[in-house]
Design a protein around this ligand. Sequence first.
Ligand code: RIB
Ligand code: CA
Length: 305
Amino acid sequence: MDRSPRARCPVIIDCDPGHDDAIAILFALASQEIDVRGITTVAGNQTIEHTTRNALTVIGLAGHDAIPVARGAVGPLRRSLRIAPDIHGDTGLDGGGDLPAPAMAPIVADAAEYLTERLEPGVVLVATGPLTNVAIALGRHARPDQIIWMGGSVEEKGDVTDAAEFNAFVDPDAAAAVFAAGVEPTMVGLDVTHQARVGPRYQERLRAAGRAGRFTARLLDFYGAVYRQRHGWDGPPVHDALAVAVAIDPALVRTEHLHVRVHTDGPERGRTEVVKDQEPNAHVAVEVDTARFLDLLCSRLESLP
Ligand code: RIB
Ligand code: CA
């Protein structure tokens, strides 16, 4: 995996906003190393109606209404949808405050069509939700340069069941298809994202920043409550923002070239297990430079109006 910092890199974000997805989008929009070509939405943290509206709201807040947003899968390939209102609220962005209604509507093409057309060599896909749209596009022979996925968990306990991280749990069949497609995704899982917690010092910097920074601080207040309750942490992990950070500077994490097996059924549904002595199919992030990540995230968000 190339570990040099990137020049300006064309990126498509497939997401399920969701508090940390929203922060990831703002982070990408604030970073000159990334050229956000488009956003596709998937059901996950909330229903496709909410995740799509939330993506449109966030790009509007950042003044980037011209970025195309394509509405995606209403649910997993084979399973019924599982959403996370206990973490993200009934809107998917609860606590974000009174936000203006989106000025734009989604484009006509759906997410799978958009990804199939636009995931070409040179483009990096950052996926921060269940991989339903991505699996469909890869099945239609879309081939991006790289897929960076926030999902899965190897040594760390899952956040839905002990075995499974949320994005892998919601659509394990899609995750299994992506790992089998020969694209060797970079997996940014709970092993590293649980280190990437935005504590009070950073939250106060953001609260003193511009409109986007203050919005982020409100999101962290709401999103942090469940992590304080469940883990006693003084700041939530911004899982999805770390996936964007890897697109900006791959050296922020150390990865190992491993074979990941996605369990699709039974009590282990959604487990992403590393299987030794099998042909590697992924670059799994195993360490993160937390301080450098948090400083980068915060300074970029502070730079937004
Ligand atoms: O397990 C955390 C992941 O699931 C994050 O992407 C969060 O937004 C949810 O989608
Ligand atoms: Ca997400």
